[in-house]
Design a protein around this ligand. Sequence first.
Ligand code: UT7
Length: 352
Amino acid sequence: MSANTLSAATPAHRGASHLRGAALVGCGSAVPATSLSNSDLSARVETSDDWIRSRTGIGARRVAGPGETITTLAAEAARAALAHAGWEAQELDLILLATSSPDDLFGTAPRVQAAIGASRAVAFDLTAACSGFLFALITAAQYLRNGSFTKVLVIGADQLSRWLDWDDRRTCVLFGDGAGAVALEACEADEDGLVAFRMRSDGSRNACLTLAQTEHHRPLVGDTSAQIGGFATIHMNGQEVYKFAVREVPAVLAELLASTGLEASALDWLLLHQANQRILDAVADRFAVPHERVLSNLAHYGNTSAATIPLMLDEAVRDGRIQSGHLIASSGFGAGLSWGGALLRWRGPQAS
Ligand code: UT7
């Protein structure tokens, strides 16, 4: 467990190595061109628009077509975030890509680095499923706070359409593809956009939601054999994951509020991982957050895993709902099991 609640740097920390903050100063997103509606899916599996909408809030999802990959989507989101922040790619020190569906198991972030021409940046992947973006944002912020880096891009991108059993109605209706990116810049500690955070893992419940290696062995010499790589499709115990989410997300957000002394009424927005509208509503009700303060784009994109939070952030910044200075309570949750929360202060420019 890690926890961190910001306290202002003491004078002893001032100077070149004083503890600094991480300001959220730009965002961008990208989704594939093809949209698949609930009715489209009901032509393939035994389901209906009514069932999907009433149980999840999802109306459609984007599915990557030929030529659309994690690299292309992440690069498009990255370019948009750079433009929004007013940065050149060459200024970036770090690109952190949260994904569970990489184009290359050795890492996809370097491909994104090359695609956008961020030649100075170190680039690597971070995997934590639907918690991935939040974990990456928190991780990146530490490099800014400790003075290692000045300009960082955090990207959440997933293409789970690659890993779905499109004949399994329990999972194929839920997920979609997309990417979102946030630009983070070093700032003074009292301007820190990462006001507080919590990160949690419980591997004992890993079997609830997996995208696991398949067991294939290839005989080599004598009795020896080698395992051959390959993954199964997404397996989820929906009810268990639902119960986990409605228990743990409010708990982690309550901890964050208690640790900062803030009341839920101080929140401008609830920006949760977009998995199910019923989960969003349950968390909002727990904190008496009015539903118009709960951000949701499930109707258009479904669950895009690591991309949901930055995709939603970008939409709400660009349409003017999220404004500079707003306080956002965010939570990611999913496979691992993993979950976490963060109180974020948005500092970026308004819609362009
Ligand atoms: O991003 C990672 C985090 N993931 C989540 O947070 C997902 C959490 N879980 C959920 O959101 C919900 O559990 C689901 C949306 C996945 C499922 O909703 P549910 O209300 O828990 O449904 P259920 O699994 O209890 O299934 C109820 C019925 C079953 O039929 P029977 O056994 O009652 O006859 C299912 O077979 O609904 C059936 N069903 C469907 N029917 C039509 C399951 N999927 C479908 C479907 N269309 N697509």
